[in-house]
Design a protein around this ligand. Sequence first.
Ligand SMILES: NC(=O)C1=CN([C@@H]2O[C@H](COP(=O)(O)OP(=O)(O)OC[C@H]3O[C@@H](n4cnc5c(N)ncnc54)[C@H](OP(=O)(O)O)[C@@H]3O)[C@@H](O)[C@H]2O)C=CC1
Ligand SMILES: CC(=O)N[C@@H](CCC(=O)OP(=O)(O)O)C(=O)O
Length: 344
Amino acid sequence: MIKVGIVGGTGYTGVELLRLLAQHPEVEIEAITSRSESGVGVSELYPNLRGHYDDLVFSPPDPDRLGKCDAVFFATPHGVAHALAAELLERGTRVIDLSADFRLRDAEEWAHWYGQPHGAPALLEQAVYGLPETNREQIREARLIAVPGCYPTAVQLGLLPLLESGLIDTDHVIADCKSGVTGAGRGAKVPSLLAEASESMKAYGASGHRHLPEIRQGLSDAAAGPVGLTFVPHLTPMIRGIHATLYGRLTAEPGDLQTLFESRFAGEPFVDVMPMGSHPETRSVKGANLCRIAVHRPGDSDTVVVLAVIDNLVKGASGQAIHNLNLMFGCDETAGLAAPALMP
Ligand SMILES: NC(=O)C1=CN([C@@H]2O[C@H](COP(=O)(O)OP(=O)(O)OC[C@H]3O[C@@H](n4cnc5c(N)ncnc54)[C@H](OP(=O)(O)O)[C@@H]3O)[C@@H](O)[C@H]2O)C=CC1
Ligand SMILES: CC(=O)N[C@@H](CCC(=O)OP(=O)(O)O)C(=O)O
């Protein structure tokens, strides 16, 4: 069995890790941390887990205990993994970080967008960006994984086929994205209150969101050159889900776009290319580790519109983190991740 620790077990991505790992045949939870709920039983806080982790109790982060694990997930705010990762890696524990701490290759760029100095620049060289659809082989060998952000996962998957094949104008790519409120985490915040978030919708970060440099980094790798991206996120009144509407201007006659997308993701267990002209719904991926994609070419114009949906807590965070664990430890890639979405 693979012994796993979770730092930040009371948050939304932490409890989602627990829910998914309850179905994983090769994982046992060795340690789960919380400072605020220390001493509380996991199934006391999360009754959906009753019968699964009845002896598991939250305790404060303890490097000695975490260092006995084969792998530790960080489901914590930015900066926490910076402080603990080096010690765990030295003890031989592999680190899978769901936060943004190791996603940007440039420490100064990270400091600019996150408003604090990078806490572990020496580790950046060994960090692998955990998007299996682009980095599968590096993930297998990695000791430190930066799990992609939720918006970056949907946007990159939707645009990869077009950028890798050089079919769209790389100066003017547009990503118009919508997120459910769990994207903001479980901590009490006024914008997440029912009366603030329901029956309303708003853009935020239109002049610059911290996911912009992360998405640009991934898209530029795919295009093998700089990509000019406009990224506008929106908060929508749903609990889970990301919906990305992506626009690219064709620079050449693309041939069969549907075949391009289907062949790019052939064999990928967690990407579903729907028939051309479909409209994927966020509810069709709710609870599932899946990105559903559909391609449109309105009126045979020179604009391609790609629609991509994920569950921010699963393919956008905890499910993708477990996919990385499966690759790192040689498990079946779908272990713990095979359940279909919840409908309705
Ligand atoms: N929510 C989402 O859709 C997504 C989130 N992410 C990222 O994953 C990470 C976790 O997100 P989410 O689960 O939503 O966050 P939450 O705010 O819901 O939970 C954060 C968790 O971290 C713990 N924590 C907070 N501060 C510290 C600290 N200084 N040291 C140790 N533990 C700490 C908290 O427990 P306690 O305070 O009791 O210790 C809590 O368990 C974040 O970096 C987030 O940006 C990534 C993709 C999607
Ligand atoms: C709705 C909402 O607030 N979403 C968050 C992004 C989700 C997230 O958790 O971002 P990371 O993947 O980088 O951690 C935000 O805009 O900051």
